[in-house]
Design a protein around this ligand. Sequence first.
Ligand SMILES: [Zn+2]
Length: 272
Amino acid sequence: MKQLGIYCVIVWGMLVSQTTTAASLTTAHQPPQAPAELYIIIDDMGYRATDERAFALPESVTFSILPHTPQGQAFAERAHAQSRDVMLHLPMEAQSNKPLGPGAITSSMYANEITATFEAALASVPYAIGVNNHMGSVLTASGQALQPLMNVIKHTGLFFVDSRTTRFTVAQQVAREKQIPNARRHVFLDHEQTEAFMNEQWQRAMALTRKHSKVIIIAHPHPGTIEFLQNKLADLPAQHYALKSMHDYFDKPVVPQREYANSAQASAAAPN
Ligand SMILES: [Zn+2]
């Protein structure tokens, strides 16, 4: 009987220690309350028919399309038909001498020219619900030059994502001051086209989810990038990360006033 008692104490002790170990393990590896939200924007879309390969990515990956491009409208329509978010990838003045392409906004433009250029660009990318800058290291660093552009963005009801092509950017700050729904890019995935580099950037994005509950990644429709993302997204542990569309980023739904872009032309064309 005494031996049985001792045996019971030993077994009880083992159970307690096992339970404690299991409990401390659970604490150490406890998953976050809600999965961190990942947002992926594929931008620079529209010039090449081969950019079409990006459609192989999940529909929650957002496409940002350059204005007045050969494939732009067709891509926007196809993306919208899939319920995929579409954004306008608006060229802005940069320090580099690379051509900005049509629809670019520069600091030497007058306000009415900026409004007209923006509206024409927006009309060329149907269903856009937001805008991010293509290049823009000069324009986004000038609070003054950004004023007329942000005014027209506000009127159209789009959200703004600062691509952050310069560390001197004030674009998100100006958008915030004007109460435009706004966000910033956290990680560029593929400005070096190697798997090792993309892996490094991907790990950076994952690490940032510990600091920010929402992390925005910008990437491009290169074949290597698409393949890389297909693999990563297929293995994304659902309990830790949720891939979201850009419209989910904002607490309130973003409702663009699409008629704004064409209303002036429409009323001018139809005086009655
Ligand atoms: Zn770009």
